[in-house]
Design a protein around this ligand. Structure first.
Ligand SMILES: Cc1cc2nc3c(=O)[nH]c(=O)nc-3n(C[C@H](O)[C@H](O)[C@H](O)COP(=O)(O)OP(=O)(O)OC[C@H]3O[C@@H](n4cnc5c(N)ncnc54)[C@H](O)[C@@H]3O)c2cc1C
Length: 473
């Protein structure tokens, strides 16, 4: 038994950064084991793409891993400019390839491993954790290949989960030659007739990546994208807003009031020659407080009515990407449809997808040689088939929040078990905690959460072993 080991499950941005922060904060007797099931430590789902036209959707100047060193990512990019001339003009407002951010995180990990007093305390373990069990004085983690790991504390940094089967499809859709469940898989768009119609399910940022991939491959045929509302992410402002940041008055917690205020501020700013983006951005420091102040009923109303609008204004497209998408729409190659999917069936040469149009309720059928699921992260945790999450729920070590947005965690990121009891050994960070914090998606939010959790775990692991051993799990 090793009470001083913290197991971090998942080595995307959240897991890597938490590991780095733990090594800096925990006593020298604490070691960290970072466990990742896929190839690259530090890349996760977002930064694994090799396509140089899949850009960060946040300007580089806001992507530092460290709040107290806001230029860290920019400085790293500038150092690389000697070897990569494409980076020579990089500025805080640049949108750089996402793969570079994955390399940056890997670089931070390597630097940490090279520091004698900290690197020796970090173990990188390739494997998939499929179950987590409480022992009298520790935790045991079962890996898919049969290995078992002991740890005193564990943090789930498992990220987002892939979308489920599209509505209207057969349970065996995964076996159809025309269906692709993952828009970032190398085979998602290869082997296509460049003139053939393609249909993308979803119209958010994953769809945008799909369109970019198709355009990069020289696709000339029609590209259709369908979602319930047909809302597409807005671009970042083309130029810096000339107006100074306007202080937003005290924010009401009533949703209708808040919406009215935001619209009014956005209109005022636009009339003064500024942009609405600054108003949305000014809400960011308060979004967690606003979310936590809402009743369950208000949260539910927000999710039903406002979330799609919030998402497209808040999670925006990089400008170079937005220009390509606009061109494809203007030429008629890319068509966005709003409607509910009804049926997905085999058709000569591909799939026939029928949806009920939002604007008039009329059913329309599109045929496509390829159907790619770009629906974005799974939103309904009731139907996840992730082995670890299923195990945690089945064993009662975790429970879902009332809205099924993620795992039920405290403000200190501790899991609540099936009875609501707060775990003193198992924690979670990143997107699985969105039920408690709402905005826990982008780097600026997650890096703050990693700091807070690392402080907490450092305090817990500094406690003498006998006290830790007697702690309830
Ligand atoms: C396509 C895309 C683009 C994005 N672009 C941006 C952007 O430009 N800027 C921004 O700020 N945010 C962006 N985001 C948001 C992004 O989610 C966060 O920035 C951040 O990367 C989330 O990291 P994570 O580590 O929590 O999750 P992930 O990146 O999903 O990493 C989770 C990791 O855990 C591993 N894992 C899961 N379960 C297990 C298990 N049981 N055992 C072992 N390993 C496991 C997975 O293999 C994965 O590597 C983007 C998200 C996506 C999906």
């Amino acid at each position: 038994m090793n009470q001083q080991t913290v197991a971090v499950i998942g080595a995307g941005f959240s897991g890597v950064l938490l590991a780095l922060q733990l090594l800096r904060r925990c006593p020298a007797t604490t070691s960290v084991t970072l466990i990742e099931r896929n190839g690259g430590f530090g890349r996760g789902q977002a930064y694994s793409t090799e396509n140089p036209n899949h850009l960060l959707n946040v300007p580089a100047g806001r992507m530092s891993a460290f709040r107290d060193r806001p230029d860290d990512f920019i400085d790293w990019l500038r150092q690389r400019a000697a070897a990569d001339p494409a980076l020579s003009g990089v500025s805080p407002g640049s949108f750089v390839p996402r793969a570079l951010f994955g390399q940056y995180m890997r670089h931070l990990l390597e630097v940490e491993r090279s520091i004698p007093e900290r690197g020796g305390r970090l173990t990188l373990l390739r494997g998939e954790v499929v179950a987590l069990r409480k022992q009298p004085d520790s935790l045991s983690l079962d890996l898919a290949d049969g290995r078992v790991l002991r740890a005193g504390l564990a943090a789930l940094a498992v990220g987002n989960f892939p979308p489920g089967r599209p509505p209207g499809s057969d349970p065996d859709i995964a076996d159809r030659p025309w269906y692709r469940p993952d828009p970032w898989a190398p085979e998602a768009f290869t082997g296509l007739d460049p003139e053939a119609p393609v249909l993308l399910i979803g119209t958010a940022l994953s769809m945008i990546d799909g369109v970019v991939s198709l355009l990069d491959l020289g696709h000339r045929g029609p590209i259709h994208a369908v979602s319930r509302r047909g809302l597409v992410p807005r671009p970042h402002p083309a130029q810096a807003d000339p107006l100074p940041a306007s202080p937003i008055p005290p924010l009401p917690t009533d949703m209708s009031e808040l919406l009215r205020l935001v619209r009014q501020e956005a209109r005022r700013r636009l009339a003064d020659g500024g942009s609405w983006h600054a108003v949305v951005d000014a809400l960011r420091p308060s979004t967690q407080d606003l979310w936590q102040a809402m009743t369950l009923e208000e949260k539910s109303r927000f999710l039903r009515h406002l979330r799609p609008w919030w998402d497209v204004h808040r999670h925006r497209m990089a400008n170079p990407v937005a220009r390509r998408v606009e061109e494809a729409r203007a030429s008629g190659q890319l068509r966005i449809h709003a409607g509910h999917l009804r049926t997905i069936a085999d058709a000569p040469g591909g799939a026939a997808v029928t949806f009920c149009r939002r604007q008039d309720g009329v059913e329309e059928t599109l045929t496509a040689a390829r159907l790619v699921n770009c629906a974005g992260p799974a939103g309904d945790y009731d139907h996840l088939d992730d082995p670890l999450v299923r195990d945690l729920l089945a064993s009662g070590h975790a429970r879902l929040d009332a809205l099924r947005l993620g795992l039920d965690v405290t403000s200190a990121c501790a899991l609540r078990d099936a009875n609501g009891a707060v775990s003193r050994r198992v924690f979670a960070i990143g997107p699985v905690t969105r039920a408690a914090f709402w905005e826990m998606t982008a780097v600026p939010d997650i890096r703050r959460q990693c700091e807070v959790l690392a402080d907490h775990l450092a305090a817990v692991s500094a406690v003498a072993p006998p006290l830790m051993a007697s702690a309830a799990s």
